[in-house]
Design a protein around this ligand. Structure first.
Ligand code: SAH
Length: 219
């Protein structure tokens, strides 16, 4: 990946927001240093792309705070050969970070306008190992299962059943679970067909809307 503008802002983001909060995986730190987050944030918020908070990306959706992207990536513990499923492509930023760490990322987005923008952004950066699918991610994407890891970047009322099925043995699934306004980050691990569960504290995400998520309040 070439050197993109605003490298100093990214270095400061990595040092003050990510390393300072205890993320140590050098591959994740390097991905966050290299990938130009500001390209994923539409104007006028692109100016604030390296701030320590989530930002609007249109259609009422948000790109997560940089630290949350780093934390969820670390909890997923992606390995180079992995095939990862993401639910909630949003801006495509989390998918881009993962794509620099693993073999292939399949990311699902329910809003076509949001998905099209993410697709254009990823292609403009020459990222070719992300497949963006438009649809209800609570159903997963059985055609490419099983996945070595699954990351849900929207707030789920509970773990969507189809995703348990599509997780590989030994695989991890990272998801914010809880109410519509406040959730807890949970890591599920599948071993010998059994799911174990570890909790990592409070987060706030936009709702996961779909058959195994929340109902659409806009209807
Ligand atoms: N990972 C994103 C941020 C996600 S915001 C990034 O890096 O920018 C959450 C996204 O999940 C929103 O774009 C929302 O439209 C989408 N979403 C909500 N429910 C969904 C579902 N059932 N399937 C796929 N996408 C969904």
């Amino acid at each position: 990946m070439p050197d993109y503008p605003r490298a100093d802002e990214r270095a400061s983001m990595v040092a003050r927001q990510i390393v300072a909060r205890g993320i140590t995986n050098p591959k994740i730190l390097s991905a966050m240093q290299q990938i130009p987050r500001h390209i994923f944030v539409p104007p006028p918020y692109d100016r604030s792309a390296y701030d320590d908070n989530p930002l609007p990306i249109g259609s009422g959706q948000t790109i997560s705070q940089p630290y949350i992207v780093a934390l969820m990536t670390e909890l997923l513990d992606p390995q180079p050969g992995d095939r990862i499923l993401e639910i909630g492509a949003g801006s495509g930023y989390q998918a881009a970070i993962l794509a620099s760490l693993v073999n292939r990322v399949i990311t699902i987005e329910r809003l076509s306008a949001v998905a099209e923008r993410a697709r254009t952004t990823l292609l403009s950066l020459g990222i070719r190992n992300v497949d963006l699918v438009i649809g209800d991610g609570t159903l997963g994407y059985p055609g490419r299962a099983p996945y070595d890891g699954i990351i849900i970047t929207a707030a789920a009322p509970h773990l969507p059943a189809p995703l348990i099925e599509q997780l590989a043995q030994g695989g991890r699934l990272v998801v914010p679970v809880g109410g519509r306004d406040f959730q807890e980050l949970v890591v599920f691990q599948k071993n010998h067909g059994q799911l174990s569960e570890t909790r990592y504290g409070g987060v706030r995400f936009v709702p996961l809307i779909g058959k195994y998520g929340w109902e659409n309040e806009d209807l």
